[in-house]
Design a binder for this molecule. Sequence first.
Ligand code: NAD
Ligand code: MG
Length: 392
Amino acid sequence: SPPNPRRRISIFGATGSIGRNTLDIMNHLGGREAFEVPAITGMGNIELLAAQARQTGAGFAVTADPDRYDDLKSALAGSGVEAGAGPSALIEAGARDTDLLIAGIVGIAGLAPTLAAAANGADIALANKECLVSAGDLFTAAIARGGGKLLPVDSEHNAIFQVLEEHQRHAVERIILTASGGPFRDFTREQMAAVTPEIAAAHPNWSMGIKISIDSASMFNKALEMIEARHLFGMRPEQIEVIVHPQSIIHSMVGYSDGSVLAQLGAPDMRHAIGYAIAHPRRASLPVERLDFAKLARLDFIAPDEVRFPALALARTAMQRGGLQGAVLNGAKEAALEAFIAGRTGFLDIAEIVASVMDRLDDGRHALSIDDVYAADQDARRAATELMRKSA
Ligand code: NAD
Ligand code: MG
């Protein structure tokens, strides 16, 4: 009999934390014998992107930076891998036929290329939470139109996906997102006011990209995840709870109408959620640490402090207001976060800027198209930048 055709997996953001973990798992599950890589993307790290493209025998490698085309082209010389650069090449990469797309670009920049893949019918393994936070229903509708599956890779949503069966959806009372609490869980506001980007990026349990690590420290990551959960699982805002669980062993929970709570547990290792999405609907054997409960001994739970972490209340406000407030929250947050990383604003200012921008741009408008989402994102960034200039 002919050999099984190789499964096609495209990887967006291959050079990042999600991307590198994805390649690790693909190697573990058979490498080039098992997988074909129609498209792979990165941005500034051309050397790594080219090495990944050669190693996987990718069809098309794209850097998001339009000025790096020549660098990528020469790094790929003789490999047979086609090179591309810039936003339109990213969209072209999304439109290349594939069975599964790993959406691992960070930020709103991931939206257009991921939508291109969704429109082409690919299954989407979604790490890029900003797609759902900013474009919400438009994004899920685009996937439904394309006919592919949406498989959450964010560990909390992956956990919920694992314990929420379709035939029991009617009985879901609440979703309980766990949060590690980040490096500042026990800091006072005074201590938080003085932190640097380096300290904020050092996450106690998970090893991730710099932006999501700092978002974890401010709990904006959890805020984005609340909105993400709303769209992924069709929840009302009041059905979404957050509990601080410092060990990050329970990845999230679903509470049912009969009082049962189902949880998914595992070591804090993104390769689990990525491997789960790749193997779905089966389960693969994955090289992740097994839990030793006797060694763990205890799991702790603490109510989140919304005074020190205003991001959670902002997420609830954004969900209640609806419309484009998710895109506004995310756009303002990205601008403030970039300013914090550059040393131009303080850690506690991030939430204050987001709150002001959300109020200022609360005009009840709804997104009729993706262009409206991009416009709201740009408006929010501009408003945030203006606020920061005024207070400087
Ligand atoms: P990262 O910074 O490590 O990697 C980001 C990737 O996106 C890199 O390949 C980078 O080259 C690319 N990129 C950056 N800016 C880009 C742009 N403007 N256009 C196109 N490509 C660009 O980030 P990460 O930690 O891997 O996170 C990726 C996404 O997954 C984020 O949305 C994050 O919230 C989500 N996520 C990550 C983790 C994790 O463990 N790292 C967990 C859950 C969810
Ligand atoms: Mg998460």
